[in-house]
Design a protein around this ligand. Structure first.
Ligand code: MLT
Ligand code: ZN
Length: 485
């Protein structure tokens, strides 16, 4: 377990009278106090932290949310905004002292508008990402944010953490997909920035402050999201490559031939694939024999006559000739395509039955991925013989989930006690390559210390001044992103 303590100042318990006033605003349905009802909101998705709060509030509208925040602010009670509670950095989990009110966006889940002519969609914060994808598809468009957890994660959460996912190399991160925001500010005022303009040079770009802030500056309650044309030709290949450097040369080859069509370029090591095949029912190895390294390639185009299959076949033939691909299969149907993606998307869950897993969501310049992988694997293996690196992820944008599965036979707790030592080792290598210790999962509680250690010069001081300007009482998501003090 990460064990650098975050020293929050002592905080008084939430006054029962405040809970009563909140109940008057949101009704019984929106004010959960029963231990069983609030339990799922108290622990983070990774199972690293279990917090405590006397109440989970579920406002049904922006107006209700604003009034709840106003009441908490007036009582000077800290608040923890929560979306789908699938943060990978414990960004939405309350602390253990029971001093916070959790405000969940779960009931604010309407799609307010779809505007295909403007290629935009307005969704409330509690909309599940998958529901936004479906609504966009019904309108003949694509909402391109896509990742394994998109059936659980919600709009407010993915924007607050600036999530990435599988299609970043083509469409950008979550913040690149936003035209406007509506935010409940820490004093309960509502900022209506729900503009759906593609050009709007009117001073500081406030919406970008709230994306990546992980609820420390306010609660995102709705967003105008950018859509893309719906792909009508989608091709997926699963390829064995001799090494990570070959994977990148393959990417370069594809970019040279048909760069704009690449919508995903994902890496997997044999170890990760073997865990999926072992633990996820219904999965099979798509290739005849085992290989150490794999990439999943997706090409897509809105043109039904884009002939991407032929293009992919030709590219892979050239790659085989150059020794960049050892074996490959191209999905021949929607079902096969889904089966290949499943191998990649189950990668996170498939690690769980193997015991402790130490997580590193890192990024380096794409060109530095092979060196990073070699150096990091050597460093952790030398430091803890038997450790099982499970690297996978979005190699096309330089984001590797350099996860580390515990040695076989080691006690889970003893392994998890190595968290900080292993993460520091990996981060030192990331730093040497000019990378980031947090690529797409955010900072949350898990990495608040690391942020302060990594950012030099005026950066942290500037962040603290922004925090103080927008949340002068410091009530929003205390101890997340910026460490106390
Ligand atoms: C993914 O890309 O599957 C997730 O971001 C990874 C994770 O669970 O670390
Ligand atoms: Zn990822």
């Amino acid at each position: 377990m990460p064990d650098r303590p975050l020293e929050l100042p002592p905080r008084p318990p939430v006054p029962p009278a405040l809970i009563g006033r909140i109940r008057q605003v949101v009704g019984d349905r929106g004010c959960l106090t029963e231990p069983q009802a609030i339990a799922p909101h108290m622990k983070d998705w990774r199972g690293l932290f279990v917090g405590r709060a006397p109440v989970v509030v579920k406002p049904a509208s922006t107006a209700e949310c604003a009034e709840v925040v106003r009441l908490c602010a007036e009582a000077r009670v800290p608040m923890v905004p929560q979306g789908g509670n699938s943060s990978m950095a414990a960004g939405a989990t309350p602390f253990e002292d029971g001093a916070e009110v959790v405000i969940s966006t779960a009931r604010m889940n309407r799609i307010r508008a779809v505007d295909p002519a403007n290629m935009s969609l307005t969704a409330e914060a509690g909309c599940i990402v998958k529901a936004v994808q479906d609504a966009a598809e019904q309108a003949g468009c694509l909402f391109p944010l896509s990742f394994g957890g998109d059936g659980t994660a919600v709009v407010g959460g993915v924007l607050s953490t600036n999530a990435g996912g599988n299609n970043t190399l083509r469409y950008g991160n979550a913040r690149d997909l936003v035209l406007g925001l509506e935010v409940v500010l820490p004093d309960g005022q509502v900022w209506d920035g729900l503009r759906s303009l593609r050009k709007d040079n009117t001073g500081y770009c406030l919406r970008h402050l709230f994306m990546g802030a992980e609820g420390t500056l306010g609660i995102i309650t709705a967003a105008v999201l950018k859509l893309a044309p719906r792909p009508r030709d989608v091709q997926v290949a699963f390829c064995a490559v001799p090494d990570v450097a070959a994977a990148l040369r393959l990417l370069t080859l594809l970019q040279g031939r048909d760069g704009p069509s690449i919508s995903a370029f994902e890496y997997m090591a044999r170890f990760g694939l073997s865990l999926v095949l072992k633990h996820v029912p219904g999965t099979t190895d798509p290739l005849a024999g085992p290989h150490e390294h794999y990439v999943l390639i997706e090409l897509s185009s809105p043109r039904p006559d884009a002939h991407l299959k032929e293009s992919l076949e030709a590219a892979l033939a050239e790659a085989v000739e150059q020794g960049l691909v050892a074996d490959a299969v191209i999905a021949a149907s929607d079902a096969q395509r889904a089966a290949l993606w499943k191998l990649r998307e189950e990668m996170s869950d498939a690690q769980k039955p193997e015991g402790g897993s130490i997580k590193n969501d890192i990024s380096v310049p794409v060109s530095a991925v092979p060196a990073f992988m070699a150096e990091a694997s050597a460093a952790v293996t030398a430091a803890l013989p038997g450790i099982r690196p499970c690297p996978f992820g979005h190699v096309g944008d330089g984001n590797i989930h350099f996860n580390l599965t515990q040695p076989e036979g080691m006690a889970r707790d003893a392994y998890m006690a190595e968290w900080d030592r292993m993460v520091d080792l990996v981060n030192a290598i990331v730093r040497r390559h000019g990378g980031s210790f947090s690529a797409e999962h955010g900072i949350g509680r898990l990495k608040a210390h690391t942020l302060a250690e990594w950012r030099e010069g005026p950066e942290i001081a500037l962040m603290r001044r922004i925090k103080a300007a927008i949340d002068p009482a410091g009530l929003m998501n205390q101890g997340k992103v910026l460490p106390p003090g």
